[in-house]
Design a protein around this ligand. Structure first.
Ligand SMILES: [Zn+2]
Length: 255
């Protein structure tokens, strides 16, 4: 809970500074282009997306939290919003798509739906309210899921990173996506190992890959804890693989 308060006060601090002067705004916000509310949770909390970098660049989306009680990713999104974004990278940072779960320190949303089983690709009924992987009454039934689906259809991310805890691994991938997963693992020290132990229907990253055209996505399973120094390494890894993707796409286009 301490972590949540820190993030929220950091957001307010940035908003407050923005009205002071152009100089302090530039210092406090790095190269933030826009803060947009892309949806509202069941309990009325805003779902915020922070736009940074080069709008003409390759689009990368970073989601700090989907399971409300796995909040270490907020430390990484906090770092990213203060960083200078490399040329040719169009970054959207979404600290939490589950603000009710984050506030309640609960895996699911206020309806106790596991949002990472509610996405509209390969959705299947799982359990009932109270079950840890309850998938909701129907595909994309939850306002938080609908908000992300609509937003991603608009911004069309070439890459999405979804943070979870606390298995401390990244699943290996194939092709270029496998290369960027491995690179992320090499920078952060996370071992490459397949994620097991749940039922994986209606998963957000899987929907992103199959529901959107030319979109890559992967899950980063952080450990039980994450220090600020480790979060800085993760934020650098995000920018590193974003540049890798940018360079690969521009060489494909023969630029
Ligand atoms: Zn999770």
């Amino acid at each position: 809970m301490r972590l949540i308060k820190k993030t929220i006060s950091a957001v307010f601090a940035c908003v407050a500074l923005a009205s002071v002067s152009m100089t302090s705004q530039a210092t406090a916000q790095g190269n933030i282009l826009e803060r947009r509310v892309i949806g509202t949770s069941i309990q009325g909390r805003p779902i915020e997306a922070i736009h940074m970098g080069d709008p003409k660049g390759v689009t990368v989306a970073v989601i700090g939290v989907i399971h409300g009680n796995e909040e270490a990713g907020l430390l990484i999104t906090d770092e990213l919003v203060n960083m200078q974004i490399p040329k040719g990278v169009n970054l959207w940072v979404i600290p939490t798509i589950n603000p009710d779960g984050t506030a309640l320190d609960r895996r699911g949303n206020a309806n106790r739906v596991d949002l990472n089983r509610n996405f509209p690709y390969g959705w299947a009924r799982i359990g009932q309210p109270g079950y840890w992987q309850y998938a909701g009454p129907s595909r994309a039934s939850e306002p938080e899921t609908k908000a992300i689906v609509a937003f991603f259809r608009e911004i069309k991310p070439a890459l999405g990173l979804w943070y979870h805890q606390d298995l401390n691994i990244i699943s290996p991938g194939v092709g270029f996506e496998g290369e960027i997963r491995a690179r992320y693992g090499a920078i952060t020290g996370l071992p490459m190992k397949r994620i097991t132990g749940g039922t994986y229907t209606g998963v957000a990253a899987t929907w992103q890959k199959h529901g959107l055209k030319n979109s890559m996505a992967f899950v980063v399973e952080l450990g039980k804890t994450l220090s600020v120094d480790e979060a800085k390494v993760h934020a650098s890894a995000v920018l590193d693989i974003s540049m890798m993707l940018r360079d690969s796409l521009s060489s494909k286009l023969g630029k």
